[in-house]
Design a protein around this ligand. Sequence first.
Ligand SMILES: [Zn+2]
Length: 539
Amino acid sequence: MVKLIPLPVECTIRSGFFKLPNVVRIYSDSDLCGAKSVLKSILEKIDGVRCEDALDSGSSHVAFCYDRELSNERYILDITENKVIINASGFSGAFYATQTLRQLFESDSQSPLNNIQCAHILDYPRYEWRSIMLDESRHFFGKDVVKQLLDLLAMHKMNVFHWHLSDNEGWRVEIKKYPKLIEIGSKRRGTHFMAWGNRKDSAVDWTPYSGHYTQEEIKEIVQYAAERNIMVVPEIDMPAHFGAVLAAYPELGCRGVKIEVPIMHGGEKNGPADLIACAGNSDTYKFIYDVIDELAELFPAPYFHIGGDEAPKKEWKNCPKCQKVINDNKLKDEEELQGYFNNKIALYLKTKGKRLIGWNEILKSTSIDKDAIAQYWTLFRDKNAERWLVTNGRIIASKHQAFYFDMPYAVRNLKTTYKFEPSQYKIKDPNGGILGVEGTLWTEWISTKERLFFQLFPRLEAISEVAWTPREKRNYADFRSRLKSFIKLLSSMNIRPAPLEIVDTGFLRSVKIGKIFHLNDAHIEYKSALSLNADSETP
Ligand SMILES: [Zn+2]
């Protein structure tokens, strides 16, 4: 039986099997040659199999056929005993057909070796934005891990990689005009390893920490992603979460005081309370525009994420320059000053052909640019979101109760992620405004690749189905039954997901979750879960 994740829109099983020959002849219409190369690399990993180009469809075992009637990401996969035919109108759809074939060849353990069940599949995504975010400020993973992550996202038909490249605890991308961002901003004296509330020196590992990407590495990764139908959207968090910049260029802060790159994690309430860029200083805008100029050359995506979350207003209240902007522009308060700041950045981004994305705090200002996209992470059904949708604003759903994958499974279980329904607003026809969904990997307490993948898998399987599969086809029990064979596929790739025994069982019920969410519990969960596997290494 075919066990695909995400579940296709339509899949009709037929009798018989397609047996992969030792020499596979593949034909492709010219528009779909990129996908043919992808399929070759998948098939040639199978023992004893090699591929050849076929001159026409008739003499091939596998044929990619151009079909102008199909929309961009749509494909039809027709598997008969003699032949596999893929219909698509471009690379995206044809690429997804190859990923479906990959799953069929690699995870269908009930079929004879190198055989796949005959079937007819019609498939296309529910949402156009299917994304995972990686925070590399708190911990830096490097390009090999990012490429592996991109491979895995592609396998799940995710198409956006949101890259959180700056935050208080480190700046991670080379900007040639501002070398101190790397010389100073990418390095810190230690790393906070206890929960947010514990801010003692004993809660810090005092090993110096650093890491960044050169512009050449960024180009390489963006290209690698494009080959997998993934768009990379960079995030430079501003005006808050700006500590690494202020450590390098203190004159961009309201008081110009010299600080070090922050070591302690935490947001507005539990973090460094007053770190923010000065919104009344023209040098701040010049810096941001210069950074956008360099990043726009590296990231062709028509989007740019400016963060915009958790901005403390204390400095702005006491800053003559910020107050002058408020007075000169007749702004109501500091919240509207952030709206003014965001709109200046949005306008600049438009000159580069890019739309601004920000966390949902950008909607606190009523004057925010109508083209901005709000990424919703706090309480999802709130009046700002509904107001935004009513006025044709667009939203990405990242509700933290379902899609914050740094959280322990005991607190955010797999079922909650799977069952989250993005179109839950009370307003009429909300679907058009919801661009899609995104899972986030914040990394305050994730320092290794193994831990990163423990938090991500099998949540990636769940969110991929929320993003792709029609609402009426989603069924948690059915998903769990398919997940078992999928986990075997991940294991064969040396990915160790969280054991299925713990993802819904409240494994950590005996551990108290404090008033401030205690992320060390995630670490306890991870260590305990590893002990379920005798061959596991100590984290
Ligand atoms: Zn200021």
